[in-house]
Design a protein around this ligand. Sequence first.
Ligand code: PMP
Length: 367
Amino acid sequence: MTEPTPVRIRPEIAGLPPYRQGKQAAADAFKLSSNENPFDPLPHVAEVLRSRVDVNRYPDATAARLRDRLAARYGVAPDEVHIGAGSVALLYQLVQAAAGAGDEVIYAWRSFEAYPSMVVVSGAERVEVPLTADGRHDLPAMAAAVTDRTRVIVVCSPNNPTGPVVTQREFDDFVQAVPGDVLIILDEAYAEFVTAPDAVDGLRELGIVRPNVVALRTFSKAYGLAGLRVGYAIGHRRVLDAARATAIPLSVTAQAEEAALASLDAEDELRARVRVIADRRDRLAAGLREAGWDVPEAQGNFVWLATGAQTLEAAAAFEAGNVIVRAFAGDGIRVTVGEAESVDEVLRIAASIVDTLPEGHRGRRLR
Ligand code: PMP
């Protein structure tokens, strides 16, 4: 039994485990457990960080320079952009703004592991709609799960941890099927890695045509600024006002804002890096399939191995080979696309695991 709390804590919070981070790795191991970017910061970005030392001052509460820059880039008004300390902060703000006790929040499962806690913290109820067998969102089932208590639906494309995208067509049909007063959060943390031409692009119509859709993007993944915590939401100004009202004030630091601006100055270089990672991902996924793995469409900077009941043994085999992966017990393993040298290591270890899976295992390709 867990130790009782000395003060009265909301029971659902007292029973809630803290966010479980990807495992840390020894210096000589590949850390492929957190979907981080393997590249060092661009010299230009590192220089900006070194020069920004006035830490005795508070940052600008709205990160207005970054907001204006993104607004100009996407052709929207500044108040249709909202900056947060990572897109996870924006997720929490939006859910808190729209859902409370007695309400429901729908998301696909398995998906980003912060979703369940974010809903519990808001006081609302979780409605988890299983992914299809190939790791995709089942959007018709998600639309069918809507009740008059539904306030928010989160759609994650590409889906962390399984990898497939939602197509634009699927998303358009979904938006049509959902009542217009339900907030749809399109979590596109990995959007920059997407190469599938039919994938949804939340910034295509920018929440203006669809006032109930908010798109979330981040500087953590493609831009390699995970340690600085900065992401953004684009959507209807009144919806974003509600998120701004629930935000912890002043949580986006001046360093994060400056580094994001500097990254936007260096986009050509960053895009080239993203292409390298996407190519490496395709090579990794192809190699895994060749070895006998049934790898779902991989459109983020990670691949999914459906190791099922063998997950912990498989993760241990990776760890023994100095590769730290993310294991979801009973379900599967997510492997981040990391350094170039990590690819062959992952392939070597994964090939040794697949042969240990029983015939007919869902992680294996049918031959
Ligand atoms: N959404 C998804 C789907 C993610 O995988 C992550 C990070 N793992 C986030 C949001 C949050 O990223 P950040 O807060 O660093 O922007």
